[in-house]
Design a protein. Structure first.
Length: 294
């Protein structure tokens, strides 16, 4: 098993266990503490559990080796899983918004004061979880794990909204019971906004959008260090799972033999993959040194 995959899987298990515990804690606190904002928070954490299992499946499937039907591997499963996870987020946001609007017009009791302590602990934990999982997503180049990280941040923000709503209801008293429900409604809007932020990069990955200027620059620098490589021209990169596939046009002396050019292409490919571990397939196209652009 690759190191990147191990890193991503450990982070996903961390998310699953954390979300299970939090969904249970929020649900109990919301029911007994008369807080719909906490119940809404529990609903989101429950969807996050299923979302994290989807991420787990995506990471495992996307790291399957290439085969006859998938010569570039199975990496595209990751953004597809991200789309499904975004779907979970949208559904949970709609449910929370609907229930919040229904409850705003209904008389109900004030939330219990101790629910604020529960929310404070949840906010701290979710922000910590966000930072841990986001760090692991960068280490493993996993887009679906990055989505999971932003789930934690989304959860932290909804908990902050719930905290503010409950605090307003408690400190202002009778007539402000619905502040808790307004907080849940605000949280649903934030979840929808976050869904777009998660969806957009995954769509770019599926569409092979060019987003990797820094990696292109590194590839050109390393290429120029290979003896016999005069320069580089076109460099196209597309991400698939945790790997980046490269199409590179390399410029060589136009007087060398075909075999020498072939050997240089292999040397350049091996050097790039050795120096940049996140590269997957590297296709080198040899150009004669008639019109060097770089």
């Amino acid at each position: 098993m690759k190191t990147n995959e191990q890193t991503a899987l450990k982070a996903t298990y961390f998310s699953i266990i954390g979300n299970i515990c939090l969904a249970f804690a929020k649900g109990i606190a919301g029911i007994f503490g008369n807080s719909y904002a906490l119940v809404a928070d529990a609903i989101e954490s429950t969807t996050d559990i299923f979302a994290s299992f989807l991420v787990l499946f995506g990471i495992k499937y996307s790291n399957r080796p290439a085969d006859q039907n998938h010569p570039y591997g199975h990496g595209r499963a990751e953004p597809l899983i991200t789309f499904l996870v975004v779907g979970f987020l949208i559904v949970s946001a709609v449910i929370i918004a609907h229930e919040s609007i229904v409850n705003i017009g209904k008389p109900h009791e004030l939330p219990e004061k101790w629910t604020l302590l529960v929310l404070a602990a949840i906010i701290i934990w979710k922000e910590y979880s966000f930072r841990i999982v986001l760090k692991r997503s960068k280490e493993s180049n996993s887009s679906s794990l990055k989505t999971d990280a932003w789930h934690h941040r989304s959860d932290a923000i909804t908990s902050v909204a719930a905290f503010i709503g409950i605090a307003i209801a408690l400190f202002l008293g009778k007539g402000y019971e619905s502040a808790d429900d307004w907080a849940a409604l605000f949280a649903s809007g934030f979840i929808l906004y976050n869904s777009y932020l998660i969806f957009r990069p995954a769509l770019g990955e599926i569409m092979d959008e060019h987003l990797y200027d820094d990696l292109v620059a590194d590839i050109r620098i390393i290429s120029h260090k290979v003896k016999g490589i005069v320069g580089t021209e076109k460099c196209f990169i597309r991400k698939s799972g945790m790997k980046y596939h490269v199409d590179l046009h390399a410029i060589v002396d136009g007087t060398i033999s075909v075999k020498e050019g072939h050997d240089l292409a292999h040397q350049l490919k091996d050097t790039l993959r050795q120096e940049i571990s996140i590269l997957g397939h590297v296709l080198i196209h040899i150009e004669p040194n008639n019109n060097t652009n770089q």
